[in-house]
Ligand binder design. Structure first.
Ligand code: SAM
Ligand code: SF4
Length: 442
C-alpha cells in the first residue's frame, strides 16, 4: 500500500551472444511507473539487444541511457528530473554519451521543455517508441516494434498487452492524453502470443491494459478472451479493470476457473457519488458495492485491491466520510492510495476547490489506517491454512522467497525453490500486507 507508484527495477538480461560490442555499446534502461511501462521496457530491451548493446544496470557503465517514464503524478516527473540532472553530470564527465527519454512524459507537452533544459538526445512518446530502433542503428521497424511484439520470452511470468489507450476521460487523469484512445488487440494475436509463451516455458500470464475489461473484438468480450487464455496458460491474472466494464460473468469466472488467480484489482477512486460524478467515473458507489458482493460470493477467499484518490478538488469532509464507509463495507485486502496531483491538460487541474495539503494528509492517513485494519483482519483468517504457493521471486540473502497463493495473497516463505515453481506450506502468521509461511512440506 502506498501513495506512490514505485520505480520498478528491470532485471539484467543476458549479453547478446556473438554480436559486435566494440564502440559505444552498453545501454541502461530505467523504468518508472506502471506495468504497462515495464512491458514497454521489455520491447525497448529487445531493440537494444538487436542493435548489439549489452545491458548494464548503472548509469556510469552505460553509453546510452533510456529513461522510460511515467506521467500520472507530478512526483513521477520530479523523480525523472532528478535522474536527468544526475545524467547531465555524468555526460559532462564523458561517462554517459547519449540519453533518450521515452514513455508517458515523452508524449506530454512538458517534454519539449525537458529536452531543452537537460539537452536530451531523443524524446519519444508511447506511440512512436519504435523510432528508437533507428536511433540505436537498426532500420526503422514500425511493424516489428508495435504492441503486437511480445516482451521477453522464456521467463516464468510474462505480461501480455491486450489493449492500449483508454476511452474514459476521468477528470484527473493524463493517460488518455499520453496513451491515446483504446485500441484492442485481435483475439488471435493474443491467443497466439499466449500459446508461444506457454510453449516456451512461461507459467504465469498477466493480461495487461488500462481498462482490460473494456476489451472487445469482433463480437467477443473480455470474459471470452479471459476464458480462452485460462484454458491455455497454467496461471492467469489481469489488470487493470474499470468498474463500469466489469461483467458479473467475469467475476464468476475468477471463482470457477482453476487457473485464474482469485485476485481482483478494481479501482474505485472515491466512495462519494458526488465525487464519482465530478471525476466522470460513470458508476455510483452502490453499483461498485454490488460488483464486490458478486466477487466475494464467487471467490470468498480471494483478494480485492483498489485505487483511491484523496483530495481531488471539491472533495468535502462528507465525501471523505463516504469513502471511509465504502472502504469499511468492501474490506479491501490492499489499496493504492493517491493524494490528488494536478496534471496540466486535465480537467481537474483547473477546477476550483483545492483541498489544503494538511487536510489531504489527514484524509490519506485515515483511509490508509482503515485499509490496513481490514487487511490485517482478513489476513489473520489465513493463519493455519496450508497453501500452494507460486514462487514469484527466488530467495534473497535472508533465505526467504516471495510467493503468491491462488487467492492472490503475497507470502514470504523460507525456501530455495526456483521462481515459477510451486511449494506447499502452512501460513504461520500475517501482517497487513503479507502472509508468512513456515518451511514448505514439498
Ligand atoms: N485505468 C485505471 C483505472 O481507471 O482505474 C487506472 C490507471 S492510473 C495510471 C492508476 C491510478 O493512478 C488511478 O487509478 C488513480 O487512482 C491514480 N491517478 C491517476 N491520475 C492521478 C492524479 N492526477 N492524481 C492522483 N492520482 C492519480
Ligand atoms: Fe485514466 Fe480513467 Fe482511463 Fe483509468 S479509466 S486510465 S483513470 S482516464
Amino acid at each position: 500500500m502506498s501513495s506512490t507508484t514505485p520505480m520498478t527495477p528491470i532485471p539484467l538480461s543476458r549479453k547478446p551472444a556473438g554480436q559486435d560490442l566494440s564502440g559505444p555499446r552498453t545501454a541502461c534502461i530505467r523504468t518508472f511507473g506502471c506495468q504497462m511501462n515495464v512491458h514497454d521496457s521489455d520491447r525497448i530491451r529487445r531493440m537494444i539487444q538487436d542493435a548489439g548493446y549489452a545491458e548494464v544496470q548503472r548509469y556510469e557503465d552505460a553509453d546510452l541511457v533510456i529513461l522510460n517514464t511515467c506521467y500520472v503524478r507530478e512526483n513521477a516527473v520530479d523523480r525523472v528530473r532528478g535522474h536527468l540532472g544526475e545524467l547531465g553530470r555524468l555526460r559532462r564527465e564523458g561517462r554517459v554519451k547519449r540519453v533518450a527519454l521515452t514513455g508517458c512524459i515523452g508524449a506530454a507537452q512538458e517534454s519539449a521543455a525537458l529536452k531543452r533544459t537537460y539537452d536530451i538526445d531523443l524524446v519519444l512518446g508511447t506511440h512512436n517508441t519504435y523510432e528508437l530502433a533507428e536511433f540505436v542503428g537498426l532500420p526503422t521497424m514500425r511493424e516489428t516494434y508495435t504492441p503486437e511484439l511480445p516482451g521477453t520470452e522464456g521467463e516464468h511470468n510474462a505480461f501480455v498487452t491486450i489493449m492500449t489507450g483508454c476511452n474514459y476521460q476521468c477528470s484527473y487523469c493524463i493517460v488518455p492524453t499520453v496513451r491515446g484512445r483504446m485500441i484492442c488487440r485481435p483475439m488471435e494475436g493474443v491467443i497466439g502470443e499466449v500459446e508461444r509463451l506457454v510453449a516456451g516455458g512461461t507459467e504465469y500470464i498477466t493480461l495487461l491494459g488500462q481498462t482490460v475489461d473494456a476489451w472487445r473484438y469482433e463480437g467477443k468480450r473480455f470474459c471470452d478472451l479471459l476464458e480462452a487464455v485460462s484454458q491455455i496458460a497454467p496461471r492467469v491474472w489481469f489488470t487493470t479493470s474499470h468498474p463500469s466494464n466489469m461483467e458479473d460473468r467475469t467475476l464468476r469466472a475468477i471463482g470457477e476457473r482453476d487457473t485464474i488467480v482469485e485476485r481482483l484489482h478494481l479501482p474505485v477512486q472515491s466512495g462519494s457519488d458526488r465525487m464519482l460524478k465530478v471525476m466522470h467515473r460513470g458508476y455510483k458507489a452502490e453499483r461498485y458495492r454490488r460488483k464486490i458482493e458478486v466477487f466475494r460470493e464467487a471467490a470468498p477467499d480471494g483478494t480485492l485491491s483498489t485505487d483511491i484518490i484523496v483530495g481531488h478538488p471539491g472533495e468535502t469532509e462528507e465525501d471523505h466520510e463516504k469513502t471511509l464507509e465504502l472502504v469499511e463495507d468492501c474490506a479491501f485486502d490492499s489499496a493504492y492510495i493517491f493524494k490528488f496531483s494536478p496534471r496540466r491538460g486535465t480537467e481537474a487541474a483547473t477546477m476550483p476547490g483545492a483541498v489544503p495539503d494538511a487536510i489531504v494528509q489527514r484524509r490519506f492517513l485515515e483511509v490508509l489506517r482503515q485499509i490496513e485494519r481490514n487487511a490485517f483482519q482478513r489476513n489473520q483468517r489465513k493463519v493455519g491454512d496450508v497453501e500452494e504457493i507460486y514462487i514469484r521471486h527466488g530467495s534473497t540473502e535472508d533465505g526467504k522467497a516471495i510467493g503468491e497463493t491462488w487467492s492472490g495473497h503475497a507470502v514470504h516463505v523460507r525456501t530455495d525453490a526456483a521462481p515459477g515453481t510451486y511449494v506447499k506450506a502452512r501460513i504461520e502468521s500475517a501482517g497487513p500486507h503479507v502472509l508468512y509461511a513456515g518451511e514448505p512440506s514439498r
